[in-house]
Design a protein around this ligand. Sequence first.
Ligand SMILES: [Zn+2]
Length: 185
Amino acid sequence: MGWQVMRVPVDFSWPIDKSWFGDELPPIRCELCNGSGMKRSDDPAIRAAECELCEGQGEIFLNIPLPKGDGWQMWETTSATGSASSPVFATPEELARWLSDSSGSEVEGKTLSIVDLLTGESSRFIQWCTSETASYEQWLAVINDDGYACSFVDTKDGFVPGVQHKGDELIARKCDSTPSVEISA
Ligand SMILES: [Zn+2]
């Protein structure tokens, strides 16, 4: 589970926190192998091989990807696309600002343990926790990289929100790679 920036249309309107329907479609029978999972052939040697389309499953799992566009939206991913965790913004900076500014008002007063977090008891709490503790700079670094961060990282100092951890690493790397030239005013 983690965070993934999705590039969706600026006017994309899938509800926040609702799982993407394209992940939840029932599988269909593979007609190439008649659902057997094995190749169709009169030759027993070929017939013993797995169907290349369904990889021997006899059925195919369909998913519908999000529509692509110029907008920026943070998603909380599960094993698949997951659910949207922010509105859609026109720029990475606006998204990072919203994420770093969003407060945890919806879950105030909840006291969940780290066990709850790791077992996925409350994704809302993880969202709150991450939003609370990652800065604008950390979010922006992650968004401008590949847009992905895991929910939590287990460090020697304990559990750290993934955005915070990866953001700091990216910021440090950027500083390291900056050429050491003096910039004259
Ligand atoms: Zn098949």
